[in-house]
Design a protein around this ligand. Structure first.
Ligand SMILES: Nc1ncnc2c1ncn2[C@@H]1O[C@H](COP(=O)(O)OP(=O)(O)OP(=O)(O)O)[C@@H](O)[C@H]1O
Length: 256
């Protein structure tokens, strides 16, 4: 039986509230995310995808509506508190890692997420073998750079590190905000494959924004189409399996 891990009910998100520029971005949006759902999110520029993620992560407080984590109402919890159970990977490889800390130190930081633990060199030593295994999963040389500061990594290596950090301690919800868009095609596909592997292995619940319709259909078990601040379509099962990218493109164009 499926159980909701995250529920958005009647979410209204406005920007520039109280000014003449006030604008409703999310318009009574409803979404239920079940345990193990890997949902790809598509939509035209300005449809509200980033605003949806900002609302889920607590960066923007909705004007109305309710956000539930399981059965717990977290609508008023701030973004910092939500990092204990929501992980996010951004498009920009520079976000999500500490540039002056080494790869291994960054991973240790991620391993200690939500725990009050002081940083000690012996803790790092205890984890090195694990970190080596973890980084070896992708053939981009990250495993040979455990002692390199994150700021000196290539974009692909740094984004892999961000992704591994986001999933090292299992989050209740993983948000992938076009996390492979800034990478070259080969590196992008490698990271997408690693994403699918880890999401499945760890049975993570995940939302992934993408502009690649092929990726939107080939990864995950559900695709939602966002249009003008609402979920226009929620595709899964046979309906999704039978859809080609051409069908989806037509569909997509109909929205504009
Ligand atoms: N802080 C803000 N102030 C004013 N307008 C905003 C703000 N945040 C978002 N918007 C507007 O809300 C709309 C939705 O933006 P959002 O970034 O969520 O779209 P998106 O679907 O992620 O687009 P893209 O694919 O281009 O990244 C856009 O019209 C945008 O200009």
């Amino acid at each position: 039986m499926t159980e909701p891990v995250f529920t958005l009910s009647d979410i209204v998100t406005t920007v520039n509230t109280g000014t003449s520029e006030e604008q409703q971005i999310l318009k009574n949006l409803n979404l239920t995310i079940n345990k193990g759902d890997f949902i790809t999110v598509i939509g035209t520029n300005g449809a509200g995808k980033s605003t949806l993620f900002n609302t889920i992560a607590g960066n923007i407080k909705p004007a109305s509506g309710q956000i539930l984590l399981g059965t717990k109402n977290i609508t008023s919890e701030n973004d910092i508190k939500r990092t204990n159970y929501i992980s996010r990977v951004f498009q920009d490889p520079k976000m999500g890692t500490a540039p002056r800390m080494t790869v291994a130190e960054n991973l240790l930081l991620a391993l200690n997420r939500g725990r009050r633990r002081k940083f000690k060199p012996r803790h790092l030593k205890q984890q090195i073998a694990k970190f080596q295994e973890l980084t070896k999963q992708i053939p981009n040389g990250l495993s040979e750079h455990l002692n390199t500061p994150a700021g000196n990594l290539s974009g692909g290596q740094r984004q892999t590190l961000s992704f591994l950090m986001a999933t090292l301690v299992q989050p209740d919800l993983l948000l992938l905000d076009e996390h492979t868009a800034a990478l070259d095609p080969k590196t992008s596909q490698e990271l997408l494959k690693l994403t699918a592997k880890i999401v499945e292995q760890e049975q993570l619940s995940c939302l992934m924004i993408t502009h690649h319709l092929e990726d939107a259909l080939s990864y995950g078990n559900r695709t939602i189409v966002l249009n003008d601040g609402q979920i226009q379509s929620d595709l899964s099962g046979e309906a999704r399996a039978n859809l080609s990218t051409t069908d989806l493109l037509t569909y997509f164009n109909d929205l504009e």
